[in-house]
Design a protein around this ligand. Structure first.
Ligand code: AHG
Ligand code: MN
Ligand code: MN
Length: 323
C-alpha cells in the first residue's frame, strides 16, 4: 500500500506544500494518540475559557489548537495561521509560501461521549499583495485552496485529503505511524436516500427548508416517492465522511434563532475544506444561495449555511429553496 508522502510525490505536489501537509499530519497523529488515551491523557471535560465565538472551550480544543499551532509555527513554508480557537491571525514566517486555516477539533460535544471527532484544515498560497500577518491573507475564495482535508479520530484514524485533483482516503497504521492509501479517487453516489440535519432546529428554518425535509420524511407516500433514512453525528467530520463513503446529503441551514448569526458552520475552516473534498469526489457543495467555493470571505470567523453531498439530492433541495 502506498503511503501519503509517496502519493503526494507521485502527484508532483510542491515540496514546500508537502512539508506543510506533513506538519499537520504530525500534529494530528499526536492528537489521535491523546484521543485514544482519553481520560488517561486528561483530554476530557471543559475549561473555564470561551473562544472569540462565545463557545466554551473543551480541554481537547485547547490542546489540539496548541499542538497544531506550535508545529506549524516551526514549519518554514507557513506564513500565517487562522484557527477556530484563535481570535485573529497568527503570524508565522514572513517569507512562508502558504497560509493554513484549521478547526483543530471538530465535534467538540462528542469528546466526552467517546464519539467521532476530527481536525479540519485548508491551505492557500500566501498573497504577496498583503502583509503576511494580515487577516486579508485569508480573504481568498475556497476555489483557491491548494489543499484541503480532515483527520477523523474514529474507530480508525482516517485522513481524507485533496490537493486539487482526486479526493483520497488514508488510514493510519498505528504500528508504523504512517497513513496508507485505502481509497483512491472517491466518487460520491449521485442519488441517495439518506439525509443529515439537526431536526431539533426545524422550527427556526425558513418555510422552504421545512417543506423539503418534510417531504423527505414522507418517504414513499410523499412527492419524493422513496423512503429516506436520517443520520446525525453532531460532528461535521463524521457526517461528511459518511457522505464521501456511501453518499447522502448533509445540511446545516441558516435559521432565525439568533439574528446576528443566521448560520452555524464557519466558512474558512469548516465549509470551504469540506466543499473542496466533496466537489473533487463528484459531489456538490452550496450555501443557500451560491457555490460555497465561490464565496468571497469578508471575515476570519464568518459563518455560512451548508448543503452538500450527492449531486441530485443537493439539486433537489435547491429546487425547494428557489422554486
Ligand atoms: P465545533 O465542535 O468545531 O464547534 O463544530 C461543531 C459543528 C459541526 O461539527 C457539527 O456539524 C455541528 O457543529 C453540530 O451542531 P449541533 O450542535 O447543532 O448538533
Ligand atoms: Mn467544527
Ligand atoms: Mn472546533
Amino acid at each position: 500500500m502506498k503511503n501519503l508522502l509517496n502519493v503526494l510525490r507521485d502527484d508532483d505536489v510542491d515540496p514546500a506544500l508537502m512539508q506543510v501537509i506533513e506538519t499537520i499530519i504530525d500534529a494530528s497523529k499526536e492528537i489521535a494518540f491523546r484521543v485514544r488515551q482519553g481520560a488517561l491523557a486528561g483530554v476530557l471535560g471543559s475549561s473555564q475559557d470561551e473562544n472569540i465565538q462565545g463557545e466554551t472551550q473543551k480541554h481537547l480544543d485547547i490542546i489540539s489548537n496548541q499542538l497544531l499551532k506550535d508545529l506549524l509555527l516551526a514549519c518554514a513554508p507557513v506564513a500565517a495561521l487562522a484557527s477556530e480557537e484563535e481570535d485573529t491571525v497568527v503570524a508565522a514566517n514572513p517569507s512562508g509560501k502558504y497560509v493554513v486555516a484549521f478547526d483543530p477539533l471538530d465535534g467538540s460535544s462528542n469528546i466526552d461521549i467517546n464519539g467521532q471527532i476530527g481536525t479540519i484544515f485548508s491551505i492557500y498560497r500566501a498573497l504577496d499583495s498583503v502583509p503576511h500577518s494580515s487577516e486579508l491573507q485569508f480573504n481568498q475564495q475556497g476555489s483557491h485552496q491548494v489543499c484541503a482535508g480532515y483527520v477523523l479520530y474514529g474507530p480508525s484514524t482516517l485522513l481524507a485529503i485533496t490537493t486539487g485533483k482526486r479526493t483520497r482516503c488514508f488510514t493510519l497504521d498505528s504500528t508504523q505511524g504512517t497513513f496508507l492509501l485505502t481509497a483512491d479517487n472517491i466518487q460520491i453516489a449521485k442519488d441517495t436516500q439518506e439525509f443529515a440535519i439537526n431536526m431539533s432546529n426545524s422550527r427556526f428554518w425558513n418555510e422552504n427548508m421545512r417543506c423539503y425535509i418534510e417531504d423527505l420524511i414522507l418517504g414513499e407516500i410523499g412527492p419524493r416517492q422513496k423512503r429516506y433514512n436520517m443520520r446525525w453525528n453532531a460532528a461535521m467530520v463524521g457526517d461528511v465522511h459518511r457522505v464521501l463513503t456511501r453518499g447522502g446529503i448533509f445540511l446545516y441551514p441558516s435559521d432565525n434563532r439568533n439574528a446576528k448569526q443566521p448560520a452555524k458552520l464557519r466558512l474558512l475552516y469548516e465549509a470551504n475544506p469540506m466543499a473542496l473534498l466533496i466537489e473533487n469526489a463528484g459531489g456538490k457543495a452550496r450555501s443557500e444561495t451560491q457555490r460555497i467555493l465561490d464565496i468571497q470571505p469578508q471575515q476570519l470567523h464568518e459563518r455560512v449555511a451548508v448543503i452538500l453531498g450527492s449531486v441530485n439530492e443537493v439539486d433537489e433541495c435547491l429546487s425547494y429553496l428557489h422554486p
